[in-house]
Structure formats: C-alpha cells, structure tokens
Design a protein around this ligand. Structure first.
Ligand SMILES: Nc1ncnc2c1ncn2[C@@H]1O[C@H](COP(=O)(O)OP(=O)(O)O)[C@@H](O)[C@H]1O
Ligand SMILES: [Mg+2]
Length: 344
C-alpha cells in the first residue's frame, strides 16, 4: 500500500516538466493552430510524445519584464501539484529570457462560453446543474483543499473548459501568482468580457481581495448557466417596460415566486423548478455586494447539493448584516470563511 503510494507520488507525470522553447515550437508545429487569444497571451494546440497527455495546449504568456519576483519555476511546480477532477492539469512550462509559456492538458470540448451560449442548442438543464456543481467543487478545492488558499481571480465561462466527455474543468488557476500584483490587476480589470464577472471590491481603492472575489464571479457564472443567458446582455422589458439586467430580473422573479418565466421552452428546467430555484438563490447570494455576506465555496457546494438550506434573500437595498445561511442539519450558525490576500 505504502509502496503504491510512493510510486504514485514519484511517478513522472506528477511533476511539471520544464520544456525548451524549441521543444514547444516543435510540439505546436511552429505555433500553427491557434486555439484562442486572451488577456494573458495566445493559446496553441500541440502534440507531445507523452503517454498521459499526448495532446496539449500551450499558453504563450505575454512577454514582459513585469513578471512576479517570485520564482516562476517553483510557482509552476506548486500549481502543477494541484490535482482535482474539475481542474485542468498543468503539465509543463517554459522559461527562456523574458518568454514564459505554460503547457496544459488539451480540452477538446472547448470553453463553457462557446457551449453555453449556442443560440440553437442550449445544453440540457440536467447537464448545467451537474456542471455547475462540478465547477463549485473545483473552486472549493482551490480555496480549501490545497496547502494554502488559491484565489483564482478570473473565474468566467472562458476559463471553464470541457473535456471529451463534457466534464467541466477550471483553468488558469494560479496565474495570479505568476504575474505581479499590478499586472494581474490591470489585466483582469481591463480585459473585455471579464468585467461583468469582477467583484465590486476589485475597484475599491484599498484593493484588499480574498476568496470571496471568486465566489462573486462564480455567482455570475452560475446565474448564466441556470438561464443560458449572458449577464451583460440586458433582458428586453416585459409589456413595454425598460430592459433590465439579468440579476435584477432573476432576483425579482425569485422574489415573486415566478421563476418559470426565466425558462422559455426549457422543459427540463421547468420540471425541476425546486432545484432551479435553489440554484438561483445560491447565485444571488454569491453576487451580494458585501463580500462578508457571500457564502464560502464550501457552503455553496453544500447548498447546491441540498445539504444545507439557502436562506431567504435580503431585499436588494437592504444593509442586512445577519448571516445569510442556516443549516438544516443542525441549527448552529455556519462559520464565515475566506482566506485573505492583500495585493497592495
Ligand atoms: N487547455 C486548453 N485546451 C483547449 N483550449 C484551450 C485550453 N486553454 C485555453 N484554450 C482556449 O484558448 C482560449 C484563450 O485562452 P486564454 O488565453 O486563457 O484566454 P481567456 O481565458 O481570456 O479566454 C480559451 O477561451 C479556450 O478556447
Ligand atoms: Mg483562460
């Protein structure tokens, strides 16, 4: 048993391999097939002679002299040790002069963004619900399952990728630690498309952030997954009223007990309205403006699973400071959570 454990721990694929730029040039056929472009650089498809990860995605981080002073190789090694079924595996890296590249397992299903927002073929509610729970578990693991809490800082549907069986996996965790705090902040707050997922405290002057920024972003993603709608796109007004934002609309319908209005011809969701409503209330708690009122990801997982109840939502303008959660298992209040990272 111990022997097995040691063999597993020392197996080659448990370590993040350092590649030369030449090796990655060859693996990607000269950076030929672009998978996508994001705020930190470009991502290319590649093939390696590897048993475990023959297909890879190589992320060329923007060349910069502004990388974190922390040792890149060590940081990458520690990120590479983080394994969970809902997290994309980092399998290698390259560091040559100002150039930095990261090598990930290839995710053939593409991003949640492209899967979720297909106009003609929205994924079934049963898949959406399971996928949302998986993403919550991946994030819970980053916050509470590692040696130290990892704040993702950039949770959005583009950073959730799907494997060949459409299982969702979070990618780009730990990137915040590879960049300088200033670079991370500038990049995250300036990327087009990311803005709607950023917790309000990112824009506050003292810029103190903790795991609750991820809870906020998760709440936005969860709401989008429930409704199959982009949170940034206003919902046309009913009966000639002005258009409203998705949060506002969902909040009102949940409050009025008219959740089914959200699901035009989504029979799968309408048949499971009890769970839909629970998920909606969790999403609305996650996007609370006040970070201390947001649940922890552990609590989110428990609420989504129905292990603990989701308390009634506060009125939108309320400055209610009581705990948002009550336990249905025992009546003791849940501990507030969230590790703290000061990024000034
Ligand atoms: N491991 C991967 N496997 C397959 N495609 C990937 C992988 N990583 C990233 N991509 C693709 O590359 C795109 C750009 O990724 P990235 O640079 O992280 O930017 P962003 O997260 O802002 O979209 C992603 O949206 C995705 O479509
Ligand atoms: Mg990304």
């Amino acid at each position: 048993m111990l022997h097995c454990y040691l063999r597993k721990k020392t197996a080659n694929h448990d370590f993040v391999r350092a590649y030369t730029a030449k090796e990655l040039y060859k693996a990607t056929n000269g950076f030929h097939r672009l998978l996508g472009r994001g705020g930190f650089g470009e991502v290319y498809y590649g093939v390696l002679k590897s048993l475990h990860y023959p297909e890879i995605a190589v992320k060329k981080l923007i060349s910069s002299n502004d990388y974190s002073e922390r040792e890149f190789g060590n940081e990458v090694q520690s990120i590479g040790q983080i394994h969970h079924r809902n997290l994309v595996r980092m399998v290698g890296y390259c560091k040559e002069r100002a150039q930095r590249m990261l090598v990930f397992e290839f995710m053939p299903g593409g991003s949640l963004r492209s899967f979720l927002f297909q106009p003609q073929q929205q994924p079934m509610w049963s898949w959406r619900a399971e996928a949302a729970l998986g993403i919550a578990k991946g994030l819970e693991y980053l916050h509470e399952g590692c040696n130290y809490p990892i704040i993702h800082c950039d949770i959005k549907p583009d950073n959730i990728l799907l494997d060949s069986k459409k299982n969702p996996k979070i990618t780009d965790f730990g990137i915040a630690r590879l960049l300088s705090d200033q670079q991370m902040h500038t990049t995250v707050t300036n990327i087009r498309g990311t803005r709607g997922y950023i917790a309000p405290e990112w824009f506050q002057s003292d810029r103190r952030i903790d795991t609750k920024v991820d809870v906020y972003s998760f709440g936005v993603v969860l709401l989008e997954m429930i409704c199959c709608r982009k949170s940034q796109e206003p919902v046309p007004g009913q009966d000639g009223d002005d258009s409203v934002m998705l949060f506002e609309w969902a909040g009102q319908l949940v409050g009025d007990g008219r959740t089914e209005v959200l699901f035009h011809s989504d029979d799968d969701a309408i048949e499971d309205l009890f769970r839909v409503e629970r998920f909606l209330r969790v999403a609305l708690w996650c996007i609370e403006q006040n970070p201390s009122l947001r649940p922890t990801m552990h609590q989110v997982v428990q609420m989504l699973e129905g292990v603990i109840e989701v308390d009634t939502l506060p009125a939108p303008t309320s400055s209610n400071c009581s705990s948002p959660l009550t336990s249905s298992v025992d009546e003791s209040p849940l501990l507030p959570g969230g590790a703290t990272l000061a990024i000034e």
